[in-house]
Design a protein. Structure first.
Length: 312
């Protein structure tokens, strides 16, 4: 198994911005929504551990940040109350090797809920690495291990919204026919496949680069033969019926997709939704009620809300 760092070296456009520590998650998420492919956070000298500021570095999958992405970063930081931080915004370039190396240093296996452990690819038993097969058996216990290649797709499991969906799969176990909308690295589809050996799972993403990464992660977890992976959105699943949808997208995206979700779901089917900023929840509540969904579970973590909708 080769690691991405061994591939030809590129230079990524990047930008740095300083935000309050309490806003780091929100800042990373906004940057990812505006085209960043990865974010890393570092402490700043002289700042208190609590209440201080951190530097967020966002990396883009191109030599130059598209002007439209740059404009949406400014607009969304203003919209979400982080306008003050824009004074510290700087553009930088990062050689790929440095970026991935830093990523890798910070990515250690970690537990999510009671059923999963997420581990970087170099812990896989067949990895070409000194960590191969060396996951701490006490840490793992009887949890399912999800191996992820940390790369340019969202879904390393580190984000609160992904973790909400992974935990929600404990209270709402995978159902027969599942559609993962916005699969990113494939992490939620992999989790569903590991919990349910006979589920039929389809995973879609509008970003072909994410789909390429997801394909690698499905293979890494030996579930590639069990998950149908497609470039696209709900459009590529039209005419089919599902019992469960996994939907870690923005509130606006989820609201826009709700009419499709209502068509794609069988009666009684559920949508595990994450990626909703707390202040946007009323938008989703209103749209969901109009489309005949009930909120059957909700959890708030920091800025984020995860909800489970059920079709009546
Ligand atoms: C926040 S990430 C979630 C990744 C992963 N499912 C997770 O939970 O960690 C959202 C992903 O959805 C994709 N996406 C955004 N809008 C979409 C849409 N309307 N339909 C399908 N995929 C979409 C993005 O390309 C991105 O990979």
């Amino acid at each position: 198994m080769t690691e991405t760092a061994a591939e030809p070296r590129k230079s990524w456009a990047a930008l740095e911005i300083e935000v309050k520590r309490t806003d780091e998650d929100l800042a990373c998420w906004l940057l990812m929504q505006c085209g960043a492919q990865g974010c890393e956070v570092e402490g700043l000298d002289g700042q208190p551990a609590e209440g201080g500021k951190v530097r967020v570095r966002a990396t883009f999958d191109s030599a130059v940040i598209a002007q439209s992405d740059f404009d949406s970063i400014i607009g969304s930081f203003e919209e979400y109350g982080l306008a003050e931080s824009l004074k510290t915004l700087k553009r930088k370039d990062v050689p790929e090797e440095d970026w991935l190396a830093r990523w890798k240093e910070g990515f250690e296996p970690f537990r999510v809920g009671t059923m999963f452990i997420v581990a970087p690819s170099w812990y896989h038993p067949q990895a070409d690495s000194e960590c191969a097969g060396k996951l701490d058996s006490e840490l793992v216990g009887n949890r399912k291990v999800i191996y992820i290649e940390p790369g340019m797709a969202f879904g390393t499991g580190l984000h609160a919204t992904t973790q909400f969906c992974l935990r929600a799969l404990e209270s709402f176990p995978p159902r027969k026919r599942i559609l993962d909308v916005g699969t990113g690295s494939g992490i939620l589809a992999i989790a569903a496949a590991l919990l349910c050996s006979d589920c039929q799972i389809c995973a879609v993403d509008i970003d072909p680069v994410a789909v390429d990464f997801a394909a690698k992660d499905l293979e890494l977890n030996d579930v590639d033969g069990r998950i149908e992976l497609l470039v696209g959105s709900t459009d590529v699943a039209q005419g089919r019926l599902f019992d469960m949808l996994l939907s870690n997208l923005t509130c606006e995206d989820i609201v826009a997709l709700l009419p499709d979700y209502a068509r794609l779901l069988a009666t009684g089917g559920v949508v595990l939704c994450a990626g909703i900023l707390a202040e946007k929840l009323p938008l989703l509540e209103k749209a969901a009620t109009e489309k005949g969904f009930q909120i059957v579970q909700s959890e708030t973590i920091g800025h984020w809300v995860g909800v489970v909708l059920q079709k009546g």
